[in-house]
Design a binder for this molecule. Sequence first.
Ligand code: ZN
Length: 332
Amino acid sequence: MNKKITGIHHVTAIALDAQKNLDFYTGVLGLRLVKITVNFDDPTTYHFYYGDRLGSPGTILTFFAWAGIRPGRQGTGQAKSVAFSIPESSLGFWIERLLKAGIEYQKPVRRFNEQVLAFRDHDGLMLELIAHQGAEKREGWTGGDVPAEHVLRGIHTVRLCLDGYEHTAKLLTETMKFHKAGEEGSIFRYAAGEGGSGAMVDLNCAPDLWSGVVAAGTIHHVAFRTANDEQQQSWHDEIASVGLNVTPQLDRQYFRSIYFREPGGVLFEIATDRPGFTVDETEEELGTRLKLPSWFEPSREDIERALPALRLPREVKTRAVAIDGSGMEAGE
Ligand code: ZN
């Protein structure tokens, strides 16, 4: 079967404080909150999805907000950082914006001939903005308070931190049909499909680093895109055939998923492009209230009671009020 991984679908990380997470990613970074739901495997915690206007695959960063979770430790066997695309002319704007928000950043460095601005969120998660040619061709969310020309344009790369890279590289190239796209120092870059921003994974070898602990401030898993259920089933069979345990298809409401651990220890997911976030809300309503899959609806009251109250970003509230005059304003 002619199946394809077309790029990164989403990255999921762990946050300690739901409110701080919401304020940082919608406020400072200006991403659109496209869905408020719960972790389907643990409905007492929020699951937030941030992205572009529709939460298109390739723009999505998601968080489980696990109150009380211990801090994670960055190390091997873990996705280390997620990078977003920005236009080359936006680097100065972002340095100034981080400075104003009191966020420490590292002096920009060049990687694969592009400028990389690195900083951390309040839980210590490492984020990067990569200024590169062609970024302006990708869509970003222009409904926040970041000027349209400077908004983030989706995920650029995900960097994995590994003891060694060979087995992961073999899985990427021989099974998942990535190709090698570059090498710089201890970073080996692989790209899916046509490559470019949104389709690249960097394998960062760090043999003398301790192993990572996935908890607050770390990435939980990296998801790759495939078009539909049929292709996903074929990926499932192929991944099982190379000796990796892979889950059966799980319904994530906004896409369907299979999960497996790559040989370096990082949890991978392959997710379908459809149905997307407008399956249970209109484009206008995205991210304005708690959405639950049908199997949790009967327990909505209990679930809402267990979740911390949220103060939604002003922009989200304005949209919610415009729709039905109420909106989700728990906590106020
Ligand atoms: Zn996922």
